[in-house]
Design a binder for this molecule. Structure first.
Ligand code: ATP
Length: 134
């Protein structure tokens, strides 16, 4: 089976690096599947899961937006934050989800930053979901 190199990098350093048979994730324009031989491209990502398939196994990485670049046989994902499923602290994500929901509930009483709370909620939900795929 042919493979393609993939790296997931954040400002804190590399989070994942491997040769895989397929990378799939959600770009802002929709679901994206990348196999070896894919044409070069750059696309912005949604907050979501990156699925990395190799040898009958799938590894899941939670990414908080960023970009995916395909160049030659290399896929680079650059994200503000990214965690492989088994490094996710689920309790922390549950607390973040609770805080974000609380902020969204308070929207009428106070001048809270709605977009910020919505994004925090999406990150937390994504981490909880990806951690379920360890
Ligand atoms: P929190 O409010 O819990 O900090 P957040 O969504 O605001 O969550 P980010 O700003 O996206 O956090 O990330 C800050 C750093 O913490 C990043 O390095 C990210 O990988 C890490 N991180 C955030 N939440 C978790 C988690 N639940 N498990 C493991 N690492 C996490």
């Amino acid at each position: 089976m042919k493979t393609i190199k993939v790296s997931v990098v954040t400002p804190d350093g590399p989070v994942f690096e491997s040769d895989v048979e397929m990378v799939s994730t959600k770009a802002q324009s929709g679901e994206l599947g990348i196999l070896p031989g894919h044409i070069p491209m750059v696309a912005p990502l949604q907050i979501g899961a990156v699925r990395l398939k190799n040898g009958g196994k799938t590894e899941y990485v939670a990414v908080s937006g960023g970009f995916i670049e395909v160049r030659g046989e290399q896929v680079s994902i650059l994200a503000q934050s990214a965690e492989v499923s088994n490094s996710i602290d689920v309790d922390r994500a549950l607390r973040a989800k609770e805080r974000a929901e609380q902020r969204l509930r308070e929207q009428k009483q106070e001048n809270v930053d709605m977009k910020r709370a919505e994004l925090a909620l999406q990150r937390a939900i994504n981490r909880i979901s990806v951690a379920g795929n360890k």
